[in-house]
Design a protein around this ligand. Structure first.
Ligand code: TXA
Ligand code: MG
Length: 339
């Protein structure tokens, strides 16, 4: 299959080009599109065969349920039911945006979308290209991240093509994703909301609106989210984390020296402040350690760059686990395969 690429400026959307993308969706094809988090791989949500192609193109296990992307709140009630008051409150504040909520599903959602669960994950993206695509396709769009299963999520059209060229019908190139990490996934337990995956909306921001938020806890997630695989977001290179502590730079230097001496092509993903210590090694700067937005935006892209340059080992400097730092460290630990 020949994958077509169209370039769309999110600030000046070309509707006639976007209609072509929507045609692919309507006809049961696969279209990768930018969201504010990462690129998604979309299909027509009511077409079982089209949704099956998503799993095939990504080599994703069928038991890993998808997030359904909608354009407005009315769509929510078409696909979900029994929406709790707490969900309404969080939607009011954070939609459109990187918050995914798990709700009881309505009958009209094909089982393949939800991996047979009686719940459905829903989100309303804020990226204008994603919103126009859903609107012109006239259907809700289930979309996982547009990468091969297990690989780091794509934050540019180029990343998508690296993984899925000739496996999908079209990629809409809308530039680099704003956030660079996936949405926060939450489920409701009585009058509380629990974070199943930390992401674009931080715990701190959720807690400003609502006190009954259960922070992310890996032990709870395995039980409630069947799609959680121990090794995820992984580059081909082995990832080793140098934890964020007082000895961090010494540890980075000795780990790097060890792997280099053992014959591995070794790269370091470092804090900007530490770059000066690493002149005799190959390194890439994640960002200033206090600037979580910059770090989040660069994380997946750096992991992919190291792969493209055929590194065997990546020594990754850990950062403080607060705000977006929680999601960044979650993805890094998944890349290692330790959680
Ligand atoms: O930012 C994002 O969320 C991106 C963009 C494209 O929207 N999408 C994304 O999708 O990251 P994906 O498929 O890579 O991750 C979806 C996560 C999976 O961990 C899956 O297990 C979980 O959401 N999930 C989906 N439906 C669920 C459900 N009914 N119950 C619990 N977890 C669910
Ligand atoms: Mg994914």
């Amino acid at each position: 299959m020949n994958t077509r690429v169209i370039k769309i400026d999110p600030l000046n959307i070309d509707y006639s080009l976007m209609k072509r993308a929507a045609e692919f969706i309507k006809k049961g094809g696969l279209v990768a599109f930018p969201t504010e988090t990462v690129y998604g791989l979309g299909a027509k949500g009511t077409d079982e065969k089209a949704v099956a192609k998503i799993f095939e193109a990504k080599a994703r296990p069928l038991e890993d349920p998808l997030i359904v992307h909608i354009k407005d709140k009315n769509d929510l009630y078409k696909i979900a039911k029994d929406v709790p008051r707490l969900a309404e409150k969080l939607i009011e504040k954070f939609w459109p945006g990187p918050l995914t909520i798990i709700l009881k599903k309505n009958k009209n959602i094909p089982d393949i979308v939800t991996a047979g669960l009686d719940t459905v994950a829903v989100r309303m993206p804020s990226n204008p290209i994603a919103r126009v695509l859903i609107e012109l396709s006239d259907v809700s769009i289930p979309a996982p991240s547009a990468n091969l299963f297990g690989r780091p999520s794509p934050t540019s059209a180029e990343h998508v093509l690296n993984d899925l060229d000739s496996r999908i019908d079209m990629v809409i190139d809308g530039g680099i994703c704003d956030i660079g990490l996936e949405s926060t996934v939450i489920e409701f337990r009585g009058n509380e909301a629990a974070i199943l995956r930390p992401g674009g909306i931080t715990l701190e921001r959720l807690c400003e609106i609502e006190k009954n938020i259960i922070p992310y806890d890996e032990k709870n997630v395995i039980k409630n989210s069947p799609g959680k695989y121990p090794c995820h977001y992984s580059p081909k290179a082995k990832v080793v984390i140098a934890e964020n502590n007082a000895e961090q730079i010494e540890n980075v230097l000795s780990l790097s020296a060890f792997y280099k001496k053992s014959g591995y092509k070794t790269g370091i993903m470092c804090k900007k402040e530490h770059a000066g210590f690493l002149k005799s090694f190959d390194y890439k700067e994640l960002g200033p350690s206090g600037d979580f937005c910059v770090c989040a935006g660069r994380l997946f892209s750096i992991l992919r760059e190291f792969d493209d340059e055929k590194f065997d080992v990546i020594i990754a400097e850990g950062i403080e686990e607060k705000e977006l730092g929680i999601a960044i460290m979650n993805r890094l630990r998944k890349a290692v395969g330790t959680v």
